[in-house]
Design a protein around this ligand. Structure first.
Ligand code: AMP
Ligand code: MN
Ligand code: MN
Ligand code: MN
Length: 288
């Protein structure tokens, strides 16, 4: 019986969702409500991975304990890789680790000036007071993200939905996009490891990188001590899932399964409702 339980908790088919967001970054649900939604959707193992923030972990852990769901402390760190921004998820971290806590605080501190510059750029396109508008959608003043700007531009009728806001204004190369220096890849992986966690390349198919640049991203990530990749992601098509399943096999990386849920109507995949991992891959949760 015990052996069966162990096998079940490690199983590649268990409902693990190891990437989602709360109001502590740019999700729509408070940590408690997010955990409740995950439990209602049958999630057995959940990681809360707010952008550059750990402030929701305690509330999420409490809610998870009350519901009998296992919660993994996580984070999604913003990293500059050449001219692209990539996201590195940390799983199973000690969210009180001083090195990690201080590094994230420093990383967040650049966001306000960035948001004001974005607002200035949008003003040049005739969109006034976007910073104030975005702030109204951000529950955490230290974490104003492009998602909050997008919601404000939709609410004020500039664009019909969040996707079109990114396509017209907020994606790299568009008028409301400003260059920003995020963490270095090796630093982000290093902080995660110092905090006892496993580093994961988030939604790799979303990066605008050539094959050679993608290979270098994984080379540098592995060299820094990174161990896993999101094969199944709410941001991946089935073809993209197969592409990164191959990367996981070739590079012997652990595989993660991740909705990247932000909120209903905004995220393509609900929390816990992602496709299963290919059964031959080693799930990252075997290490958690
Ligand atoms: P930031 O960390 O401020 O650059 O904001 C990044 C966040 O914006 C992502 O985590 C998503 O929540 C959102 N985002 C980025 N690109 C898109 C897109 N094309 N469509 C919808 N949301 C996006
Ligand atoms: Mn986000
Ligand atoms: Mn991301
Ligand atoms: Mn995310």
């Amino acid at each position: 019986m015990e052996r069966f339980l162990v096998a079940r908790t490690m199983s590649v088919t268990m409902n693990a969702d190891l990437h989602c967001h709360s109001t502590v970054s740019d999700g729509w649900l408070e940590p408690q409500a997010l955990v409740q939604r995950a439990a209602a959707n049958g999630v057995e193992l959940l990681a809360l991975t707010d952008h550059d923030e750990l402030g929701g972990i305690d509330a999420a852990s409490e809610a998870a304990a009350a519901l009998g769901l296992r919660l993994i402390a996580g984070v999604e760190i913003s990293v500059s890789f050449g001219s692209e921004t990539v996201h590195i998820v940390g799983l199973g971290i000690d969210h009180r680790c001083a090195v990690l806590v201080e590094a994230l605080e420093a990383l967040r501190s650049g966001r306000e000036a960035r948001a004001r510059r974005m607002s200035d750029e949008l003003a040049r396109c005739g969109i006034a007071a976007a910073y104030e508008g975005a702030r109204r959608f951000a529950r955490n003043p230290a974490l104003v993200s492009r998602a909050h700007f997008a919601r404000h531009l939709v609410a004020s009728g500039v664009m019909p939905n969040v996707k079109t806001v990114f396509d017209h204004y907020l994606a790299r190369g568009k008028p409301g996009y400003v260059e920003h220096q995020w963490a270095r890849l090796e630093d982000a992986v290093g902080w995660i490891r110092r905090a006892g966690g496993v580093a994961v390349v988030a939604h790799p198919a979303r990066y605008r990188l050539s094959s050679a640049e993608m290979a270098r991203l994984f080379d540098d990530f592995v060299a820094a001590g990174g161990e896993a990749v999101e094969v199944v992601s709410g941001a991946h098509s089935e073809d993209e899932m197969r592409r990164f399943a191959t990367v996981a096999r070739q590079r012997r990386l652990l595989a993660s399964r991740a909705s990247d849920f932000h909120g209903e109507g905004e995220s393509p995949v609900d929390v816990g409702r992602c496709n299963p991992l290919p059964p031959d891959l080693t799930p990252v949760w075997s290490r958690l």
